[in-house]
Design a protein around this ligand. Structure first.
Ligand SMILES: Nc1ncnc2c1ncn2[C@@H]1O[C@H](COP(=O)(O)OP(=O)(O)OP(=O)(O)O)[C@@H](O)[C@H]1O
Ligand SMILES: [Mg+2]
Length: 175
């Protein structure tokens, strides 16, 4: 079964597919008997990170805290999937320094126009109306990874194909 812990860190715009793909990836791993934990940004922001907003400092702290929780799971042999926008390159680089070889940066990549047309939570519409300050892609920057460990273009690959690439990556990493 391979008990080596891993952290699959999904970064990408809102609506790019982080939650959708993380759930399917986790289902496949659980079905194969792996210990797996999904840390979803939305869920964490209602609990552990409920005190944080969307300023640059709060986003940095949000990423840091989720990284620390992910590390606890990975140290216990879990495949931990963290799904949060994590828009700033420097914050993700800090993770790589802290988490080392277990950290896998996965760019869940869809163009802003595609994310905005999907708008599964209606957030882009609200952001365009000025109702959400500092919304990533609209009024706050998204700094795309320059050299992600895995690049999943979700406008071109369906969710199952993305999961296939993740499974292949994990298999290669633990072979
Ligand atoms: N290839 C794909 N992979 C994932 N999702 C896709 C794909 N193609 C279309 N979709 C759709 O795009 C939407 C992605 O929404 P999802 O909630 O997963 O995004 P997210 O990245 O988690 O956003 P947020 O940061 O707001 O939580 C869903 O409605 C999903 O069905
Ligand atoms: Mg999500």
């Amino acid at each position: 079964m391979g008990a080596e812990g891993k952290i699959y860190w999904f970064t990408g715009l809102s609506g790019a597919g982080k939650t959708t793909i993380s759930r399917r990836f986790a289902e496949r791993l659980a079905g194969a008997g792996r210990l797996v934990k999904v840390l979803d940004g939305d869920v964490m922001r209602s609990g552990l990170c409920a005190d944080l907003g969307f300023s640059a400092g709060d986003r940095r702290e949000n990423v840091r805290r989720m990284g620390e929780v992910a590390k606890l799971f990975a140290d216990s042999g879990f495949v931990c999937i963290a799904a949060l926008v994590s828009p700033y390159r420097a914050d993700r680089e800090r993770l790589r320094d802290r988490l080392g070889a277990s950290f896998v940066e996965v760019f869940i990549d869809a163009p802003l126009s595609v994310c905005e047309s999907r708008d599964p939570k209606g957030l882009y519409a609200r952001a365009r109306r000025g109702e959400i300050p500092a919304f990533t892609g609209v009024s706050d920057p998204y700094e795309a990874p320059e050299a992600p460990d895995l690049h999943l273009p979700t406008a071109e690959l369906d969710a199952d194909a993305c999961v296939g690439r993740l499974l292949a990556h994990l298999e290669a990493a633990t072979a």
